[in-house]
Unconditional design. Structure first.
Length: 129
């Protein structure tokens, strides 16, 4: 079974790109557009037999909780959550100090296929063929 990855990003085109990239890399990708929806989907997955291995969180979500707030909620549910920061905003310093905020890595926008692959390989290894 392919490792499941949850992408939380308010930009539908970014979600589509992540979905295509992650599927090509061999992961089972789910995308949502808000932090609240991300928390709900992650919670449902925790109760199932197939929880998410990684959450990729955009830091600047349009409405509701931002990425840091979403990570806080996810950590309350699952202290072992494995999250990657994803941002293209120069107003965030999390890209440089992601570990201090509880992220396991960062994918900075604009990202390339090999950047995402390398980051995930470092965290959880390559998915089974």
């Amino acid at each position: 079974m392919s490792p499941r990855i949850l992408v939380v990003d308010d930009d539908a085109s970014i979600c589509k790109i992540y979905k295509i990239m992650l599927t090509r890399l061999g992961y089972d990708a789910t995308t949502v557009n808000t932090g609240e929806e991300g928390v709900r989907v992650y919670t449902d997955a925790l109760k199932s037999a197939t929880p998410f291995r990684v959450v990729i969180l955009d830091l600047t979500l349009g409405e509701g909780m931002n990425g840091l707030e979403t990570l806080g909620r996810l950590r309350e549910l699952d202290p072992a959550v494995c999250a990657l920061a994803s941002s293209g905003s120069s107003s965030h310093t999390v890209g440089d100090a992601y570990l201090e905020h509880g992220f396991k890595g960062a994918v900075l926008k604009p990202f390339r296929f090999q950047d995402v692959a390398r980051c995930l390989d470092n965290l959880i290894g390559k998915p089974p063929a």
